[in-house]
Design a protein around this ligand. Structure first.
Ligand SMILES: Cc1ncc(C[n+]2csc(CCOP(=O)(O)OP(=O)(O)O)c2C)c(N)n1
Ligand SMILES: [Mg+2]
Length: 770
């Protein structure tokens, strides 16, 4: 007798089962078996996993190649771990410690998980969109001769259907259409359920239209093979089934075969009598749950048919919680099987008690061989890639000459000089901006290095000999990626380009510019970029009320506070061009350093008199967060503490007051963020037995313990007022708490109390006897 040999489809179906079991068990173990000493809910999403086990089995064990990169729907994290467990690249300990300290993370994490995670996910929508920008970065690298063809891959996003409500997805596909992005597969787990309930029916018809109009191919996998065949034979049944609203469909899936029978009988009557006769309840339930996203043959067929580079949206119909007791129930999002239900599932899957963690438990000998062989043939990378750092020696960046300069103009000049000087760093810089390239002073750089487009875009105005300061032709050698006005896309672009070393082994130095207040528009995407440890330089300009008549809605107040609370992002706010040059040099170094981070430069259009420097003594302090621009006298009773664009007011006030206030110092703050970090780090180190004062403690200890500090910044006063807490000195905080008024600088500084008078009054207040 011929021995039955498991086909790949059968092996994939078995892997689908294994993934359903292992993901459910991992979550169950964390919630019901592992000891909990704090009584906190652990959680996990058995239903969200169960809905895409077939999709992920088909992808990872069949469709994906070694260069393909995937953003996995956050709540399917346990499935990704289960896949790597089957591949031998995830440990049992990590699964046993799912959601525990150092264990497999709740949502796939590039930085914390030990398995290769291509993109972190968690905040829905962002993981989807970053794949599009990563694909653009891949095309950029290829066009610049920095990526071999054999290293190119496809970018895949596994998407929850409710995730499709996130607007950032549509911002991304609009941008993608402009850049003709390709090599994207976005696969929607269309289980028609969100967190709270079932999804609205009306939107569904629209998704395919939206994607198609952005140049995507849309492939719908609605019915599995068996269901399609049954419906082909029965037109009335098909019409009835297709018109079932989402909520009804989910409820029927939950209720099972008897409910299907009753409903069909009630609504189709005689027409369906023969059909009902041919199927018992179990057969009815099995048939109607044969949706496209659970049918291995349909999935494989669809993936195999989409091998060109056209961006493709797959809409795979599924049932949330497929195969689990709460399948289809609208409240199943965070639902957990109880121990009895879990035991029933274990039995049904042929898993022996005590053998729950065995990767191929429950498979007979023949099947096991087929499954093992498929696992071995799987082409995806098992190991995390090394991160690529140390690509470039950052050259010294000299400050641009000029007695009067603004930091924004100096930024443009520094980039221009870098471009003209050439070299590896300049060649690896890629700039990007959401339609504010010219107004943030990137123009000269773009004139030099050109706009990037895969296919040439002529500079129509130049061809017509119409005078313009800005060249605007593009080709595939360009180094500036122009984006539409969508700040979320800017941050996702920076995230993707900032992960270029990790994703493609080639370090890029991404620089993004925008107006400071609009950071808030893309804040979650910025946080997302930092969370993944993408490395970039963010240049925010102009900022504050210092932009004067341009003012109004463009004034920014709180970004320094945002930066103060944002891990992975270092805030620098220079007053002078030489500080800026030092900071840019440092920012480039940090991009390419394993222990580095991203940098946020808050700049200004205000042109100010540059200071004379006796030596380079300021530099180290400026890079550490602050330095004495005017040294205080020993044990001085007062200091002016100023940041950024208001430095001329601080200097003038210092000149005026220092005759009357002996020892008055002027402390230039260049990074409240770094000072604060240093302060808390020094405190933590003290408990570990190291007693080194932090930079800010050293700076402030030059003053008397009872000294008063007048802090001033064109930003929320809380950016600096905390300095009083370091050594217990008193503070009079000046800064901006309201915005929206236009006016000349003098008028605004007077109105918001950022001028010399305000500083004098604040100093006086602090020095008055209590
Ligand atoms: C930006 C953001 N908002 C809210 C959440 C909380 N949340 C997690 S999953 C979810 C619904 C997911 O539904 P769907 O995308 O359809 O995934 P499913 O679990 O059904 O596959 C919500 C609202 C989140 N993770 N991110
Ligand atoms: Mg859903």
């Amino acid at each position: 007798m011929l021995k039955h040999v498991t086909t790949d489809i059968e092996a994939l179906q078995l892997l689908d089962q294994r993934l359903r079991w292992l993901s459910a068990w991992t979550i169950h173990h964390a919630n019901h078996i592992r000891d909990s000493d704090d009584g906190l809910k652990v959680g996990g999403h058995q239903a969200s996993c169960a809905s895409m086990t077939a999709i992920m089995a088909a992808l990872y064990f069949h469709a994906l190649g070694p260069n393909d990169r995937v953003a996995v729907k956050p709540h399917a994290g346990p499935l990704l771990h289960a896949i790597h467990y089957l591949l031998g690249s995830q440990s049992r300990e990590a699964l046993e410690n799912f959601r525990g300290f150092g264990g497999a993370q709740s949502y796939p994490s590039r930085t914390k998980d030990k398995i290769p995670v291509d993109f972190s996910t968690g905040s829905v929508g962002l993981g989807v969109a970053i794949t599009l920008f990563a694909s653009l970065v891949q095309d950029y690298l290829s066009a610049h001769g920095r990526l071999d063809d054999q290293d190119r891959g496809r970018f895949v996003a596994l998407i929850g259907d409710a995730e499709l409500d996130e607007g950032n997805i549509y911002e991304a596909i609009i941008e993608g259409a402009k850049h003709d992005v390709r090599n994207l597969w976005w696969i929607v787990d269309y289980n028609r359920q969100s967190l709270d309930a079932t999804s609205a029916d009306r939107m569904f018809e629209r998704f395919d239209e939206i994607f198609r109009s952005c140049g995507w191919r849309v492939v719908e996998l609605r019915f599995g093979k068996r269901l399609a065949a049954a419906l082909d034979k029965h037109e009335a049944l098909r019409t009835w089934f297709e018109q079932l609203p989402n909520a009804e469909l989910s409820a029927l899936h939950y209720q099972g075969g008897a409910a299907w029978r009753e409903r069909i009988d009630a609504e189709l009557g005689k027409t369906a009598a023969a059909f009902l006769k041919q199927h018992d309840d179990a057969a009815l339930a099995a048939l109607f749950t044969d949706l496209g996203g659970h049918c291995m043959e349909s999935l494989i067929e669809a993936f195999d048919a989409a091998q060109d580079d056209v961006p493709t949206l797959f809409i795979a119909w599924t049932i949330k919680g497929f195969g689990l007791p709460f399948a289809g129930h609208k409240d199943n999002h965070a639902g957990l099987m109880n121990p009895t239900q879990l035991a029933a599932l274990r039995e049904a899957m042929g898993v022996r008690e005590g053998h729950e963690w065995e990767p191929l438990e429950g498979l007979g000998d023949n099947a096991r061989t087929g499954v093992q062989s498929l696992i071995e043939r799987t082409r995806i990378a098992r190991e995390k890639r090394d991160r690529s750092f140390g690509a470039v020696t950052v050259p010294a960046i000299p400050p641009p000459a000029g007695d009067e300069q603004s930091t924004q103009a100096a930024f443009g000049r520094i980039l221009l000089d870098l471009s003209k000087a050439g070299g590896d760093l300049a060649d690896r810089i890629v700039t990007t901006s959401p339609d504010v390239t010219v107004s943030t002073n990137l123009g000269a750089w773009v004139n030099q290095r050109g706009l990037f487009r895969r296919s040439e875009m002529p500079d129509v105005f130049a061809k017509a000999k119409i005078a313009s300061a800005q060249k605007w032709g593009a080709d595939n050698r360009g180094q500036h990626i122009e984006l539409g006005i969508a700040e979320s896309n800017l941050f996702l672009m920076l995230a993707a380009a900032g992960l270029s070393g990790d994703l493609f082994g080639t370090r890029l130095f991404p620089i993004g510019t925008l107006y400071d207040p609009f950071i808030a528009r893309g804040l979650d995407a910025l946080n997302y970029a930092c969370y993944q440890d993408a490395r970039f330089l963010l240049v925010a300009t102009p900022s504050g009320i210092t932009l004067g008549p341009e003012g109004g809605a463009h004034q920014s107040i709180n970004p320094p506070l945002i930066a103060l609370g944002q891990p992975g992002l270092r805030h620098y706010e220079p007053a002078f061009a030489d500080e800026l040059a030092a900071m840019m040099q440092e920012a480039f170094r940090l991009i390419d350093d394993p222990n580095g981070e991203s940098t946020y430069l808050r700049l200004s259009t205000r042109s100010i008199q540059q200071v004379e420097r006796a030596d380079d003594g300021w530099r180290e302090g400026a890079l550490a967060g602050g330095y004495w621009l005017r040294e205080p006298g020993g044990g001085a009773e007062a200091a002016i503490v100023a940041m950024g664009a208001v430095m001329p007011e601080a200097l003038a006030a210092w000149e005026e007051l220092s005759e009357d206030v002996p020892g008055l110092g002027l402390l230039a703050i260049t990074s409240p963020d770094l000072l604060h970090r240093g302060w808390t780090a020094a405190q933590a180190a003290r408990w570990a037995g190291q007693r080194n004062a932090s930079h800010v403690e050293r700076l402030l200890s030059r003053l008397s313990p009872t000294a008063g500090l007048v802090t001033i910044a064109d930003a929320a006063p809380a950016s600096l007022s905390w300095l009083g807490g370091v050594l217990g000195q008193r503070v009079a905080p000046l800064g901006v708490e309201k915005f929206g008024q236009t006016g000349s600088l003098a008028e605004l500084y007077a109105a918001y109390r950022l001028d010399g008078d305000a500083i004098a009054e604040a100093v006086a207040e602090l020095l008055l006897p209590a």
